[in-house]
Design a protein around this ligand. Structure first.
Ligand SMILES: *Cc1c(COP(=O)(O)O)cnc(C)c1O
Length: 353
């Protein structure tokens, strides 16, 4: 398929680095493509960024048949624009599609079209330290129809958002809250896919945690409410007794690409890493025994997010005196060095535009 290109007539001014924030500003162009049963995915086009005119009966509004991805492009010192493991994102996009009956896209074509879009927007990739171009591929159901069934038509679109350094105020540990009252996902459900509905399910608990002064929710498994799953929209890692531990992919945890990358780097560094169930009780016991050394979240937006405090009931676990741990800092540095092209990573992790 040939991508049609229509350039924007007016170009927005470049946003100053300190005003970038996260997910607030969008570039001048977007990628669009439509689906129907007769033509399959068709009419791929890059055109000016614009509102989508939608029928109020459009199925995505009512039944949340929507999936998305999140990845970043980085400006390297040599002037190249680099994508981090983008093939994994498009593969996961199709896994999400399959899970909620959305027709899959051609992964190779989607990546090629993304590269074309970024090429057009290359002047909008921020260059300052710690900044990046956040990429949001999305697919939504577009039939105007009330009634629960898979839509017959869809829109795939990609928008781009120049983002500032996630840690504008420095690489500071966050406080997270373990909720017993709410669950995000359950085995057999869609928690392990980037389906929009999962994020609606996470909002109420997030608000409760915020009211207690916590930045994110640490989710427990939906069945026993005993085993730790993930934190906000990040995967979680603990360093206990010099071992790296992360919950195994249980079917209700999102298989993060950053998570997979951390595990791979740990193996390279001969750090003992285990993917297994870990209960809150075990975490508290390790803490009481003085063996809980570090905790951090992993995800595309923040890359690595150090955790300085975990709240559960009346208990407060103060981790590493609220300071960034050694291993946490080491993973952050190594991953960002690879992403910005300052160091070479394992084969295939970084792709030039
Ligand atoms: C996206 C996401 C992650 C992190 O995945 P990455 O591929 O590392 O960005 C973790 N948990 C949830 C719920 C997510 O949506």
């Amino acid at each position: 398929m040939e991508v049609k290109i229509k350039k924007a007539e007016t170009i927005k001014p470049v946003i100053e680095t300190d005003k970038l924030g996260f997910g607030q500003h969008f570039t001048d162009h977007m990628f669009n493509m439509d689906y129907n049963h007769q033509k399959g995915w068709h009419n791929p086009r890059i055109e000016p960024y614009a509102p989508i005119i939608a029928d109020p009966a459009m199925m995505v509004f009512h039944y949340a048949q929507a999936v998305f991805e999140g990845l970043k492009a980085f400006y390297s010192k040599s002037g190249d624009i680099l994508l981090f493991r983008p093939k994994d994102n498009f593969k996961r996009l199709n896994d999400s599609c399959r899970a909620i009956c959305i027709p899959q896209v051609d992964e190779e074509f989607a990546l090629k079209a993304l590269k074309q879009l970024i090429e057009i927007e290359k002047d909008k990739v921020p260059q300052a330290d710690g900044t990046a171009l956040y990429i949001r591929p999305t697919i939504v159901a577009t039939d105007a129809y009330l009634g629960v069934k898979p839509s017959d038509t869809y829109r795939y679109f990609v928008i781009l958002s120049p983002v500032g350094a996630y840690y504008a105020a420095g690489f500071n540990p966050i406080k997270i809250w373990i909720t017993k009252n709410h669950v995000r996902a359950i085995k057999g459900g869609i928690g392990c896919y980037k389906a929009a509905a999962n994020y609606a399910a996470s909002l109420y608990a997030g608000k409760e945690a915020a009211a207690k002064g916590y930045a994110q929710v640490l989710w427990l498994d939906g069945e026993k409410r005993k085993y730790i799953e993930e934190v906000g929209a990040m995967n979680i890692f603990f360093v206990i007794d010099n071992q790296l531990i992360t919950p195994e992919l249980s079917g209700s945890i999102l298989p993060g690409i950053t998570r997979k990358s951390v595990i791979r780097l740990a193996k390279e560094w001969d750090i003992k890493v285990s993917e297994r169930q870990i209960s809150v009780e075990e975490l508290i016991e390790a803490y009481d025994a003085g063996k809980l050394q570090e905790a951090f979240g992993s995800g595309t937006a923040a890359v690595i997010s150090p955790v300085g405090e975990i709240g559960y009931d009346d208990k407060v676990l103060n981790i590493n005196n609220g300071k960034v741990g050694e291993m946490t800092a080491k993973f952050y540095k190594r991953l960002t060095d690879i992403q910005y092209g300052r160091a070479e990573g394992p084969d295939g992790w970084v792709e030039k535009i």
